[in-house]
Design a protein around this ligand. Sequence first.
Ligand code: API
Length: 283
Amino acid sequence: MGGTLSFPLPFTKMTGSGNDFIIVDNRDLGIDTGDCRELVRSACRRKFSVGADGMIFLEDDPDVDFRWRFFNADGSEAEMCGNGARCVARFARVKKIVQNDVLAFRTLAGVIEAAVIGRRVKVKMTAPEGLERDVTLTVRGRQLTMDCINTGVPHAVILMETEKALEGADVFDLGRAVRRHAWFEPAGTNTNFAYVRGPQAVIVRTYERGVEDETLACGTGAIASVLAAASRGLVSSPVEVFTRSGETLTVHFQHSGSRFHDVFLEGDARIVYEGRLWDETLS
Ligand SMILES: N[C@H](CCC[C@H](N)C(=O)O)C(=O)O
């Protein structure tokens, strides 16, 4: 671990609809986020430390309000995180790192604009790419058909026939097998199981790459599921996405032909607590 990592390390714990994150204001700490895998893995480890689906470092940027480095719980860095983006925007506003309710920050996927309205945050996502429909793979001996799209990070979407089938889906085993499938190498993918309840309502369950488990909500996965359904004419904007946490996310989008643009993710981003991390937590 390089840089000037010193303990106790101040952090803020936040939840974006049940997808939870440790946020560190790294503008003055000087933590070397190019070499923080062990810190992230340790801090995100539930029961032994704070525990979270991911860890976010906020840093200075010369051109926009700030930039972030986003890491999954396993220490892997990801280009984007929809729920994390909503949380970091609210964090920056509450901490007065930015003075306006509308802000912009840099991610590896591009610059994200956000509007903070109390606890509710609406983020403009980067343009989705590479929609590929009806990809059929052999997964654990069975043929699975899915739609693939990159909504800042790669996603596979399996549309379920019934809500009952979604409830009974083996999200962990099947989700992990898809995530690890050779077809997605080397980056892998997040795996979503979705049921279209109506033209503006979708239920989504997600196995998340880098968390390596089902999470209670996944922002980019909610978007991927909505856009896969929209490409089949099954939903129209805005769409309410019902997550495992019981909270709903709202996905807004425009599309012309098969191209999607002006994609927004909206939902609550809550501050849970603030703490100081001790080095005894490092595994
Ligand atoms: N696990 C994802 C990144 C976080 C995505 C999710 N938490 C979201 O809200 O978009 C990946 O490595 O592709």
